[in-house]
Ligand binder design. Structure first.
Ligand SMILES: [Zn+2]
Length: 232
Protein backbone atom coordinates (compact mmCIF):
# COMPACT_ATOMS: atom_id res chain seq x y z
CA UNK A 1 0.00 0.00 0.00
CA UNK A 2 2.76 2.39 1.00
CA UNK A 3 4.79 1.64 -2.10
CA UNK A 4 1.70 2.10 -4.21
CA UNK A 5 1.09 5.43 -2.52
CA UNK A 6 4.64 6.60 -3.26
CA UNK A 7 4.23 5.53 -6.84
CA UNK A 8 1.04 7.55 -7.11
CA UNK A 9 2.83 10.54 -5.63
CA UNK A 10 5.54 10.34 -8.25
CA UNK A 11 3.03 9.81 -11.03
CA UNK A 12 1.23 12.91 -9.83
CA UNK A 13 4.44 14.90 -9.63
CA UNK A 14 5.28 14.07 -13.23
CA UNK A 15 1.77 14.93 -14.31
CA UNK A 16 2.10 18.28 -12.54
CA UNK A 17 5.54 18.73 -14.08
CA UNK A 18 4.03 18.23 -17.51
CA UNK A 19 1.27 20.68 -16.67
CA UNK A 20 3.86 23.22 -15.50
CA UNK A 21 5.59 22.84 -18.85
CA UNK A 22 2.47 23.88 -20.66
CA UNK A 23 2.28 27.06 -18.64
CA UNK A 24 5.63 28.19 -19.94
CA UNK A 25 9.18 29.11 -19.31
CA UNK A 26 8.69 30.98 -16.08
CA UNK A 27 7.70 27.97 -14.00
CA UNK A 28 9.39 25.36 -16.12
CA UNK A 29 12.48 25.28 -13.91
CA UNK A 30 10.36 24.18 -10.97
CA UNK A 31 9.06 21.18 -12.84
CA UNK A 32 12.46 20.18 -14.18
CA UNK A 33 13.95 20.76 -10.79
CA UNK A 34 11.58 18.48 -9.01
CA UNK A 35 13.44 15.15 -9.22
CA UNK A 36 16.48 16.89 -7.72
CA UNK A 37 14.45 18.39 -4.92
CA UNK A 38 14.49 15.20 -2.90
CA UNK A 39 18.21 14.71 -3.49
CA UNK A 40 18.81 18.28 -2.29
CA UNK A 41 17.26 17.48 1.05
CA UNK A 42 19.72 14.68 1.69
CA UNK A 43 22.81 16.55 0.51
CA UNK A 44 24.92 18.75 2.71
CA UNK A 45 24.41 22.44 2.08
CA UNK A 46 28.09 22.89 1.13
CA UNK A 47 28.01 20.46 -1.75
CA UNK A 48 27.59 22.02 -5.17
CA UNK A 49 24.22 21.46 -6.70
CA UNK A 50 23.82 19.26 -9.77
CA UNK A 51 24.73 21.05 -12.98
CA UNK A 52 21.84 22.45 -14.91
CA UNK A 53 19.65 23.17 -11.90
CA UNK A 54 20.07 26.87 -12.47
CA UNK A 55 18.58 29.08 -9.83
CA UNK A 56 17.93 26.21 -7.44
CA UNK A 57 19.83 27.93 -4.65
CA UNK A 58 17.72 31.07 -4.86
CA UNK A 59 15.41 31.31 -1.84
CA UNK A 60 12.42 32.04 -4.07
CA UNK A 61 13.20 28.93 -6.14
CA UNK A 62 13.48 26.89 -2.94
CA UNK A 63 10.19 28.14 -1.59
CA UNK A 64 8.51 27.64 -4.97
CA UNK A 65 9.77 24.07 -4.98
CA UNK A 66 8.58 23.54 -1.42
CA UNK A 67 5.18 24.93 -2.35
CA UNK A 68 5.01 22.62 -5.35
CA UNK A 69 5.90 19.63 -3.16
CA UNK A 70 3.28 20.63 -0.61
CA UNK A 71 0.73 21.07 -3.39
CA UNK A 72 1.58 17.62 -4.79
CA UNK A 73 1.26 16.10 -1.33
CA UNK A 74 -2.08 17.81 -0.65
CA UNK A 75 -3.33 16.74 -4.08
CA UNK A 76 -2.30 13.12 -3.46
CA UNK A 77 -3.89 13.10 0.01
CA UNK A 78 -7.06 14.54 -1.41
CA UNK A 79 -7.21 11.88 -4.14
CA UNK A 80 -6.63 9.16 -1.51
CA UNK A 81 -9.49 10.46 0.62
CA UNK A 82 -11.75 10.35 -2.45
CA UNK A 83 -10.79 6.71 -2.95
CA UNK A 84 -11.31 5.89 0.73
CA UNK A 85 -14.80 7.42 0.75
CA UNK A 86 -15.72 5.68 -2.51
CA UNK A 87 -14.58 2.34 -1.07
CA UNK A 88 -16.46 2.99 2.19
CA UNK A 89 -19.68 3.79 0.30
CA UNK A 90 -19.41 0.56 -1.66
CA UNK A 91 -19.36 -1.49 1.55
CA UNK A 92 -22.87 -0.62 2.76
CA UNK A 93 -25.90 -0.98 0.55
CA UNK A 94 -27.76 1.97 2.12
CA UNK A 95 -25.00 4.53 1.60
CA UNK A 96 -23.95 3.43 -1.88
CA UNK A 97 -25.89 6.19 -3.62
CA UNK A 98 -25.66 8.80 -0.84
CA UNK A 99 -24.43 12.27 -1.59
CA UNK A 100 -21.14 12.71 0.32
CA UNK A 101 -19.20 15.96 0.11
CA UNK A 102 -15.59 16.11 1.26
CA UNK A 103 -14.71 19.51 2.70
CA UNK A 104 -11.01 20.16 2.01
CA UNK A 105 -11.39 23.35 4.03
CA UNK A 106 -14.15 23.92 6.62
CA UNK A 107 -14.98 27.20 4.83
CA UNK A 108 -16.03 25.16 1.76
CA UNK A 109 -19.26 24.63 3.70
CA UNK A 110 -20.17 28.33 3.34
CA UNK A 111 -21.89 28.18 -0.09
CA UNK A 112 -24.04 25.24 1.06
CA UNK A 113 -25.20 27.14 4.14
CA UNK A 114 -25.88 30.34 2.19
CA UNK A 115 -27.94 28.32 -0.28
CA UNK A 116 -29.93 26.92 2.66
CA UNK A 117 -30.83 30.48 3.61
CA UNK A 118 -28.34 31.03 6.44
CA UNK A 119 -27.08 34.59 6.66
CA UNK A 120 -23.32 34.98 6.53
CA UNK A 121 -22.87 35.53 10.25
CA UNK A 122 -24.90 32.47 11.27
CA UNK A 123 -23.20 30.43 8.52
CA UNK A 124 -19.74 31.32 9.86
CA UNK A 125 -20.82 30.51 13.42
CA UNK A 126 -22.13 27.13 12.17
CA UNK A 127 -18.83 26.42 10.41
CA UNK A 128 -16.95 27.15 13.65
CA UNK A 129 -19.29 24.74 15.43
CA UNK A 130 -18.88 21.82 13.02
CA UNK A 131 -15.25 22.22 12.00
CA UNK A 132 -14.06 19.76 14.66
CA UNK A 133 -16.54 17.06 13.55
CA UNK A 134 -15.31 14.30 11.26
CA UNK A 135 -18.67 13.84 9.52
CA UNK A 136 -21.97 15.65 9.90
CA UNK A 137 -25.21 16.64 8.20
CA UNK A 138 -27.01 19.98 8.30
CA UNK A 139 -30.46 19.72 9.91
CA UNK A 140 -30.57 15.99 9.16
CA UNK A 141 -30.46 16.49 5.40
CA UNK A 142 -28.14 15.22 2.69
CA UNK A 143 -25.39 15.69 1.69
CA UNK A 144 -23.19 14.05 4.29
CA UNK A 145 -20.15 16.26 4.86
CA UNK A 146 -16.70 14.86 5.66
CA UNK A 147 -14.17 17.25 7.16
CA UNK A 148 -10.91 16.21 5.46
CA UNK A 149 -8.74 17.92 8.06
CA UNK A 150 -10.39 16.54 11.21
CA UNK A 151 -8.12 14.35 13.37
CA UNK A 152 -10.54 11.39 13.10
CA UNK A 153 -10.67 11.56 9.28
CA UNK A 154 -6.89 11.93 9.11
CA UNK A 155 -6.46 8.91 11.38
CA UNK A 156 -8.70 6.75 9.17
CA UNK A 157 -6.86 8.02 6.08
CA UNK A 158 -3.47 7.09 7.57
CA UNK A 159 -4.80 3.66 8.46
CA UNK A 160 -6.11 3.30 4.87
CA UNK A 161 -2.80 4.36 3.36
CA UNK A 162 -0.23 2.93 5.72
CA UNK A 163 -1.97 0.41 7.95
CA UNK A 164 -1.95 -3.33 7.55
CA UNK A 165 -5.71 -3.45 7.00
CA UNK A 166 -6.81 -0.71 4.61
CA UNK A 167 -10.09 -2.50 3.95
CA UNK A 168 -10.91 -2.31 7.66
CA UNK A 169 -10.13 1.41 7.68
CA UNK A 170 -12.71 1.77 4.90
CA UNK A 171 -15.21 -0.11 7.09
CA UNK A 172 -14.68 2.36 9.95
CA UNK A 173 -15.36 5.20 7.51
CA UNK A 174 -18.39 3.33 6.15
CA UNK A 175 -19.88 2.93 9.65
CA UNK A 176 -19.37 6.68 10.24
CA UNK A 177 -21.17 7.47 6.98
CA UNK A 178 -23.95 5.04 7.94
CA UNK A 179 -24.43 7.02 11.17
CA UNK A 180 -24.97 10.19 9.11
CA UNK A 181 -27.23 8.30 6.71
CA UNK A 182 -29.48 7.40 9.66
CA UNK A 183 -29.84 11.13 10.43
CA UNK A 184 -30.33 12.27 6.83
CA UNK A 185 -32.42 9.46 5.35
CA UNK A 186 -34.31 8.25 8.41
CA UNK A 187 -34.47 11.40 10.52
CA UNK A 188 -32.99 9.47 13.43
CA UNK A 189 -31.84 11.37 16.52
CA UNK A 190 -28.40 10.91 18.05
CA UNK A 191 -29.15 7.90 20.28
CA UNK A 192 -30.60 5.91 17.38
CA UNK A 193 -27.78 6.93 15.04
CA UNK A 194 -25.09 5.85 17.52
CA UNK A 195 -26.94 2.58 18.16
CA UNK A 196 -27.09 1.85 14.40
CA UNK A 197 -23.45 2.85 14.02
CA UNK A 198 -22.42 0.57 16.87
CA UNK A 199 -24.54 -2.34 15.64
CA UNK A 200 -22.82 -2.21 12.24
CA UNK A 201 -19.32 -2.04 13.76
CA UNK A 202 -20.06 -4.97 16.06
CA UNK A 203 -21.60 -7.03 13.27
CA UNK A 204 -18.44 -6.64 11.19
CA UNK A 205 -16.29 -7.39 14.21
CA UNK A 206 -18.29 -10.58 14.91
CA UNK A 207 -18.08 -11.57 11.24
CA UNK A 208 -14.30 -11.28 11.53
CA UNK A 209 -14.22 -8.40 9.08
CA UNK A 210 -13.09 -5.74 11.53
CA UNK A 211 -10.29 -6.32 14.02
CA UNK A 212 -8.84 -2.86 14.35
CA UNK A 213 -11.82 -1.00 15.79
CA UNK A 214 -11.95 -2.38 19.36
CA UNK A 215 -11.19 0.95 21.06
CA UNK A 216 -13.51 2.81 18.68
CA UNK A 217 -16.38 0.39 19.45
CA UNK A 218 -15.69 0.88 23.17
CA UNK A 219 -15.74 4.66 22.75
CA UNK A 220 -19.07 4.54 20.89
CA UNK A 221 -20.59 2.27 23.55
CA UNK A 222 -19.54 4.63 26.33
CA UNK A 223 -20.84 7.60 24.32
CA UNK A 224 -24.20 5.85 24.25
CA UNK A 225 -24.12 5.40 28.04
CA UNK A 226 -22.90 8.94 28.65
CA UNK A 227 -25.76 10.37 26.65
CA UNK A 228 -28.27 8.38 28.68
CA UNK A 229 -29.49 6.49 25.60
CA UNK A 230 -31.18 3.13 25.91
CA UNK A 231 -28.56 0.41 25.34
CA UNK A 232 -28.67 -1.53 22.07
ZN1 LIG B 1 -24.94 11.92 14.92
Amino acid sequence: MKRLHLFRLFALSFALGAAANIFGQQIQFIAIDYPGADADRFRSADEPSIGGLTGSSRPEAMSARLLLLLAIHAFAMSAELDRLVARAKSLVEEIRECDVVILRDPLDLLPYLLRLGYNRQVALATIAEVRHLAEFTINHHFPIFVNAGSPHTQRILRSWQEGQFPEEAARVMAADLFHEYLHAAKGREECDAIRGHLTLLKRWRDEDLLHIAGPYIEAKASELRRMGCQPE
